[in-house]
Design a protein around this ligand. Structure first.
Ligand SMILES: [Zn+2]
Length: 460
């Protein structure tokens, strides 16, 4: 049976607009539950809520799957001028920053480029580097992880970097490169301070001054949770498409944009497609699996665990699509990690007549939950939005306590949910014989990732 697309599209768009539950999901996740650092009771509450919502819209077999998580908790941290207890700089240790308690000379290393470090070589051993995390504008950009590794090799014991934002706003940053596959591998202790206090430190400590740095962090294993449920296919057996988001946050973020939006749109897309079966008796051709990951913010540990657990006993999805930070601009289309499905995806987008485009990113992107799937040779994709088209001004609050719900544009998210439901339904109905065979080779992908390690993400 060939579905009648105009009436289906009309129902999905109308339902997405009029009966939206996006605001309820955002309120529960961000206001009622709040911070959802993976491995905590709050994260578990979010996982249970998502499973309950999957059940409410009658998806099949909603399940909360636990996995072991390597996590850390920063109990306290400080940056001071040595010997001066009257003032402390703003401080936020980076992800998996180890404990440290030292007094050492502070050396301003600029952007930490090789030329700068060479000129300071006799002063670097056993010092604390004050480093600018942004790219040095006059040379080929070098990934921050590589610059930090260079500091560690020159026996620098810790680094302080200024927040990219003004107004004493701090963000939770990662000093490692997730392409390395080991989130705990950090080059050296990295602490962020505010822009304002970085400049104060520079003046107060001066050229020969010393700083006192202390971080008390606990590393432990904990339990985190992935949630999944299925909308069965009516025609094509043993095949599925997968739509995902992550529900966890950084340690002090309410995670409205990152990633309450992704989870809310995931739930809403599930509701729309399940509702369509009820209202018009139109079901997906091949199954659609909905997944919410834990521990994305701690090195993608949830999606790594999910991929390890499910593939291969379960057949690999024909396509996975990941949702992250959606309230940052209109949807422009889809970005694939590999070119195999470009034509097929573009045909479906064209049939929606919304001017959406399919692109292929020429780098294997390790900044989100599509990475473990891509690594396993599963066609992975994400949405084309801010990284390629700029962000709303007030949406640049990721990984900070300012990522709050009042900044979200719910109408844009309604559009996302309706577009995704229409696109996934179309893709689910592409006959098995018209779907290009998966030619992706895990060995070749691993080689590519190895070659790209340390390379700068070209489009940020
Ligand atoms: Zn995110």
């Amino acid at each position: 049976m060939q579905p009648s697309w105009p009436s289906i599209d009309r129902w999905l768009m109308g339902e997405a607009w009029i009966a939206s539950r996006l605001a309820d999901h955002v309120t529960v996740l961000c206001d009622q539950i709040g911070v959802r650092w993976a491995g905590t009771e709050n994260e578990h509450k979010a996982a249970e809520y998502i499973a309950e919502q999957f059940d409410t819209v009658s998806l099949e077999d909603p399940a909360v799957e636990d996995f072991r998580l390597q996590t850390s908790e920063c109990r306290s941290a400080s940056i001071r001028v040595a010997g001066d207890h009257s003032w402390q700089a703003d401080v936020r240790p980076s992800l998996f920053c180890p404990s440290i308690d030292i007094e050492a000379p502070l050396v301003d290393v600029g952007h930490g480029m090789p030329r700068e470090l060479d000129s300071l070589s006799d002063r670097l051993a056993q010092s604390v580097a004050l480093i600018r995390s942004e790219f040095e504008p006059f040379s080929d950009p070098i990934h921050l992880t590589l610059r930090l590794r260079d500091l560690a090799e020159r026996e620098v014991v810790a680094a302080i970097t200024a927040s990219p934002h003004q107004g004493r706003r701090l963000t939770h940053v990662s000093s490692g490169d997730w392409r390395d596959g080991d989130p705990l591998a950090v080059p050296l202790p990295l602490l962020q301070t505010s822009r304002e206090d970085a400049s104060k430190l520079r003046t107060r400590v001066g050229n020969a001054g010393r700083v006192a740095i202390r971080v008390d962090a606990e590393f432990r294993t904990a339990t985190s949770w992935n949630v999944l449920a299925d909308l069965p296919g009516a025609m094509i057996e043993d095949e599925c498409l997968l739509l995902s988001a992550h529900h966890d946050t950084t340690p002090d973020s309410f995670g409205a944009n990152d990633n309450g939006t992704g989870v809310a749109v995931l739930l809403e897309t599930a509701r729309l497609l399940a509702g369509l079966s009820e209202a018009m008796d139109v079901r997906p051709g091949r199954a659609i699996r909905f997944v919410s990951f834990g521990a994305e913010e701690q090195g993608l540990q949830g999606s790594f665990a999910f991929v390890d657990r499910h593939f291969g006993p379960d057949p690999m999805p024909r396509l996975m699509m990941n949702l992250d930070e959606l309230s940052v601009g209109n949807m422009k289309g889809v970005v694939l990690q590999f070119p195999e499905l470009r034509e097929l995806a573009q045909q479906q987008l064209d049939s929606m007549n919304e001017g959406l485009q399919c692109h292929v990113l020429s780098q294997v992107d390790a900044s989100g939950d599509m990475f473990p799937f891509a690594r396993r040779g599963i066609p992975a994709s994400f949405l084309w939005r801010w990284r390629f088209a700029g962000r709303h001004e007030d949406a640049a609050f990721g990984h900070s306590s300012s990522d709050t719900p009042e900044k979200l544009r719910l109408r844009e998210l309604k559009e996302y949910a309706a577009f995704l439901a229409r696109l996934l339904l179309r893709l689910s109905h592409v006959p098995a014989e018209d779907w290009p065979e998966n030619q992706l080779d895990v060995g070749t992908i691993a080689q590519r990732i190895e070659q790209e390690r340390g390379a700068v993400f070209r489009v940020m």
